[in-house]
Structures are given as structure tokens and as C-alpha cells.
Design a protein around this ligand. Structure first.
Ligand SMILES: Nc1ncnc2c1ncn2[C@@H]1O[C@H](COP(=O)(O)OP(=O)(O)OP(=O)(O)O)[C@@H](O)[C@H]1O
Ligand SMILES: [Mg+2]
Length: 225
């Protein structure tokens, strides 16, 4: 079983959005969602979804026991949405992670605040990768200068970074309001293709992480990211 934690100190960077869309792109019974954010965005989406096949649990009082029982129950993936802060619940979730996904918008505010979340992942030696979210659309396959600059800045700090981007698209928000993921909403959309690409990258990284030994996981992951 693998535990994906979506964390970022900055509010509105896309933690709940990515958690929901990635979960909705997987077979419902393979995933357990844990909502650690008192704002309850993921829980709200799950209610709107009205699909009992996908299970969600509240992690407001801790995730340890939930993860233990998820393992026994045979879930393949646990996806944890966290609040935009550095509270003990975020630290606990990150400690339990197989890999931490850190969404960041390509703005100076987001990029500055990812440093804190990254420091936390490094402290507890957890593999992580930053995912650029809410990016301007590519033009003829070329990414926007603001994304290239963000990428250059993060790469210079040796931060593992997903090579793709999640573009700012109304589909990402509209589908959530219907309790859906973008794949369910419009399987042939660019949005659905981006989520599929992100999932492929996560799966690949997690495979490398699981195959790695001891303290080298961060390095191994970096190669895969
Ligand atoms: N790629 C995107 N395209 C369009 N809208 C997006 C995208 N990503 C996020 N949003 C919208 O931006 C807002 C913030 O996203 P979201 O709630 O996922 O961020 P968050 O990191 O979970 O925020 P918080 O820190 O408050 O929990 C939401 O209204 C969401 O619908
Ligand atoms: Mg959220």
C-alpha cells in the first residue's frame, strides 16, 4: 500500500483539487481518501459525488490508525489532503507518506512558501515532488515563460519537479462542483490528459521509491521525477 500526501503551506495551491482528480481517475475501491483539513473541501467533494464506492475518512484526529486499518482492508492507495499550514497533523501525514506531492502555482508567493513544506519533507527524509498547478496554457506545446522561470528557480534549488504542468482550466473546478473528476467529466479533455500524465509520473516515482533501500530514497525518487 502506498500513501500519497498532498501538502503545501500556501492556501489555494491545489492540494484538494489534485487529490480529488487523481482519486477519481483510479478504480474507486483501490483508494482510501483521508481529509485532514478542517475546511473539509475534499469531504464536500465526496458528498457531492454521492458514490459509496470511494471511501473517505476524517484525519482531523490523526492518520496513524486509519492508515493501519487501510492496510488490513486491502487498499492499494491512501491519498491524504492536508491543510495549508505546518501543524502537527501535516507533519504526521508527511511522516506516514510514501511520497509527498507539493502543488505550487507558478507565482512568487507560492514558490516562496514551498520551501517550508520541502524543508519538512527533507527533515523527515520523505521523497517529494513539486507539481506546477494553475499554469497558463501552453502555446503550440511551449510552456509559458512564468512556468519556465518557476521551473528554473526550483531546479536551481535541486527540487524534484514534475516535468508536466496542470493548467488553469475551468474543467478542473466545474467537474469538482459536480462531484466528479475531469476524466469522468470529459475523458477526452486536455485536463483529463494532464491528470493521467501526473498519475503516470507518480506511479513511476512510487515504484522507484519502493525499490530503493534506506536513505537513498530521495535520490532515487529524484531520478524518477
Ligand atoms: N488547475 C486548476 N484550474 C482551475 N482551477 C483550479 C485549478 N487548481 C485549483 N483550482 C481552483 O482553485 C481553488 C483552490 O484550489 P484548492 O482548493 O484545490 O487548493 P488547496 O491547496 O486545497 O487550498 P487550501 O490550502 O485552502 O486547502 C479552488 O477553487 C479550485 O477549484
Ligand atoms: Mg484544500
Amino acid at each position: 500500500m502506498n500513501v500519497l500526501v498532498f501538502a503545501a503551506r500556501k492556501g489555494g495551491s491545489g492540494k484538494s483539487t489534485l487529490t480529488a482528480h487523481l482519486a477519481a481517475s483510479r478504480p474507486a475501491k483501490s483508494c482510501l481518501l483521508i481529509d485532514c483539513d478542517p475546511q473539509g473541501s475534499l469531504t464536500l467533494w465526496h458528498k457531492l459525488r454521492n458514490n459509496e464506492e470511494l471511501t473517505i475518512r476524517s484525519g482531523l484526529r490523526g492518520v496513524g490508525e486509519i492508515i493501519k486499518s487501510a492496510k488490513k482492508e486491502g487498499f492499494e492507495w491512501v491519498m491524504i489532503d492536508t491543510p495549508p499550514n505546518m501543524s502537527s497533523i501535516v507533519t504526521e501525514a508527511i511522516r506516514a507518506a510514501t511520497m509527498v506531492v507539493i502543488p505550487a502555482r507558478p507565482t512568487v508567493f507560492d514558490l516562496t512558501s514551498v520551501a517550508e513544506t520541502i524543508a519538512l519533507c527533507r527533515d523527515v527524509r520523505k521523497p517529494y515532488a513539486v507539481v506546477i498547478n494553475g499554469a497558463p496554457a501552453k502555446r503550440e506545446g511551449v510552456e509559458s515563460p512564468i512556468v519556465s522561470q518557476a521551473r528554473a528557480g526550483l531546479s536551481s534549488l535541486n527540487v524534484p519537479l514534475w516535468h508536466g504542468q496542470i493548467t488553469n482550466r475551468t474543467n478542473f473546478a466545474l467537474s469538482l462542483a459536480d462531484g466528479e473528476g475531469v476524466r469522468e467529466y470529459d475523458a477526452s479533455s486536455f485536463a483529463a490528459a494532464e491528470i493521467a500524465g501526473l498519475w503516470t509520473a507518480i506511479e513511476k516515482s512510487v515504484k522507484v521509491i519502493n525499490g530503493a533501500s534506506g536513505g537513498s530514497t530521495g535520490v532515487m525518487h529524484k531520478v524518477a521525477a
